[in-house]
Design a protein around this ligand. Structure first.
Ligand code: UDP
Length: 562
């Protein structure tokens, strides 16, 4: 049984101080200690006496191992990608606070020890049963486990969770399909269940949303922020001078209205390449950055970096985040940064989460091409009064709640999901019956069938418009696509329920299925469950989409999911 841990002290000891990156994580965990403790108390009360199973968990942070080059640790003090470090620190804290039994590895040697390699023969694959219920790692760690566990990884890979900032879509994850259909990248094709990839933001519902935490302000801090806000103080998003390149004109315009601050890393060999009128603080420790954000009115992004934690931290401290719209949107098809990433997602602004999930008055997203509008917007921002805000899913409680729900309910092993129906033999057998009132498009589980998570009562089946993905179809109905439900709608009855007539049924491997081709009347069912995908659209198909509701401020969980 898992017991909530209200003290992060033992975790800090366990993390050790072997690397600069680990020191950064420890400082962060310490900074958030009180918030973790009070969040744990609230979740403990919310779950009442519900039994939570204690899992044996290995966290192997692949990108921090020397074997993968550990390019990050030396950069921590120079503004390297701290976003990843922030997320790993919060994952460790979450797993500890939830009371699981945790082992932490940041080297191949530790990985081998934990996985039980035969003594003295570190390079041999372990032979016994896997000593963990879950392994959290990243793409680097996955590669190392493949080398180290070789034969056994196949058997155990359902226990793995891959922390994957931007996400991996099913079409890129399926090795044969990716190779045959032009979706092969340097990252994908591990043939995992796409829900095993866990992202930084709720990018694509095909993956699980892991997230991270943003510190909340208390009532005293809120009042002090209100009192001390400086209406003409702006902070620029970007720890590296390269992120400011080519923005001189904007900076000049902004400087007409506001005092501009930056946190760009510099040293004697590398003076910051920012205009002289910018007050550059250099890279700050997180709690000092927070103090700067508390005074500032505006946090402004110039298009890069994409989707990091900093804008949420700025909003949490009462700043307005102003960011550019991308027209056309950036994606792996047209932009170097996303090229080779295993996703087709298009990014229509610097921080789509801030734009879509937070929005006005905290977030203003605009075309930066028109200087008159830019000027007007800056003036508007100086007049606006905005309260600090953290979306629930980014609070300690929200993260604990979500990860608790995944750990206790998400099953990626022993999946006894119904196999694909045979198109010509017996008619496809759905283990589910339609509720009497089929117009609500609800489905119900007969008593004998296996339980599902999310519960099947949350399922709403919708037909997409041709050329719409299931992500968009569900979104337009105020719902979210739930890939765990695809298995239940991959049956002829699901088409019938939507008044889509099937003159025949065909089985095929295609990530857009189940669907009806616009020009035919056969219903096409998905042959390989690994290819079930919320992402993906084609003018040739009307897709069948499994949607569900979600909690306000916690998109990963349906109303009855906790
Ligand atoms: N950060 C910091 N000091 C600074 C600027 C940023 O500690 O001077 C932290 C910030 O608090 C945030 C993290 O760096 O949590 C990552 O920031 P960003 O959004 O820039 O993401 P990245 O590009 O590093 O992934």
């Amino acid at each position: 049984k898992a017991v909530f841990q209200f003290d992060v002290g033992p975790l800090l000891e366990q993390v050790g101080a072997r690397k600069e990156s680990l020191n950064f994580m420890k400082k962060r965990i310490r900074m958030l200690a009180a918030q973790w403790a009070s969040a744990a108390r609230r979740l403990h009360d919310k779950l009442q006496k519900r039994r939570r199973e204690q899992k044996r968990i290995l966290v192997h942070v692949g990108f921090l191992t020397e074997e993968s080059g550990d390019v990050f640790s030396p950069k921590v003090l120079k503004g390297g990608p701290l976003g990843e470090m922030v997320q790993w620190a919060d994952i460790l804290a979450t797993l500890h606070v939830l009371g699981h039994s945790l082992k932490i590895s940041v080297s191949l040697k530790e990985l081998q020890q934990f996985l039980g390699a035969p003594p003295g023969r570190g390079s041999c694959p372990p032979t016994g049963p896997l000593p963990f219920d879950l392994i959290y790692t990243d793409y680097h760690g996955l590669k190392q486990m493949k080398q180290h566990m070789s034969l056994t990884l196949k058997k155990h890979k359902c226990h793995v969770r891959v922390i994957d900032t931007f996400g991996t879509e099913p079409a890129y994850n399926h090795e044969t399909y990716a190779t045959q259909n032009g979706y092969r990248t340097n990252w994908g094709y591990w043939n995992l269940n796409a829900l095993q990839y866990m992202t930084m933001f709720p990018h694509t519902p095909d993956n699980s949303f892991m997230g991270f935490v943003v510190e909340e302000v208390n009532e005293t801090e809120r009042l002090s922020i209100q009192k001390n806000k400086v209406n003409n103080m702006a902070v620029v998003y970007g720890k590296d001078a390269s992120m400011w390149k080519g923005k001189d004109k904007f900076l000049e315009l902004l400087h007409h209205h506001m005092e501009i601050h930056g946190t760009v890393y510099y040293d004697s060999q590398r003076p910051p390449q920012v205009p002289a009128f910018v007050k550059n603080h250099g890279l700050l420790p997180q709690h000092e950055l927070q103090q700067v954000l508390r005074k500032a009115k505006l946090f402004i992004g110039f298009g890069f970096p994409y989707e990091g934690p900093a804008p949420l931290e700025a909003i949490a401290n009462g700043c307005i985040f102003l960011q550019p719209k991308f027209n056309p949107p950036h994606s792996s098809y047209n932009h170097d940064f996303f090229k080779g990433k295993p996703t087709s997602r298009v990014v229509a602004s610097q921080h789509p989460y801030a734009e879509q999930f937070i929005g006005r008055p905290h977030v203003l997203t605009m075309d930066f091409g028109n200087w008159t509008t830019f000027n007007e917007t800056i003036r508007e921002i100086m007049e606006l009064n905005v309260e600090p805000f953290v979306p629930h899913e980014f609070t300690c409680e929200g993260m604990l709640e979500r990860v608790h729900a995944y750990i206790q309910n998400q099953t990626t092993c022993n999946n006894t999901r119904p196999g694909p129906p045979h198109p010509t033999c017996s008619p496809p057998k759905s283990p589910f019956r339609l509720l009497p009132n089929s117009s609500t498009l609800s489905w119900a589980l007969p008593g004998s069938a296996q339980p599902s998570w999310p519960p099947l009562t949350a399922l709403r089946v919708l037909a997409s418009a041709p050329n719409n993905s299931c992500v968009k179809t569900c979104q337009e109905a105020g719902l979210i696509c739930e890939p765990a439900f695809f298995q239940y709608i991959n049956v002829k009855e699901a088409f019938t329920a939507l008044n889509l007539v099937c003159e025949g049924v065909e089985l095929e491997m295609n990530h857009l299925l189940p669907a009806v081709p616009v020009e035919h009347k056969e219903c096409h069912l998905q042959q390989d469950s690994l290819l079930f995908s919320c992402a993906g659209s084609s003018p040739k198909y009307t897709r069948l989409c499994p949607c569900r509701d979600y909690r306000r401020g916690q998109v990963a969980l349906c109303g009855d999911c906790l």
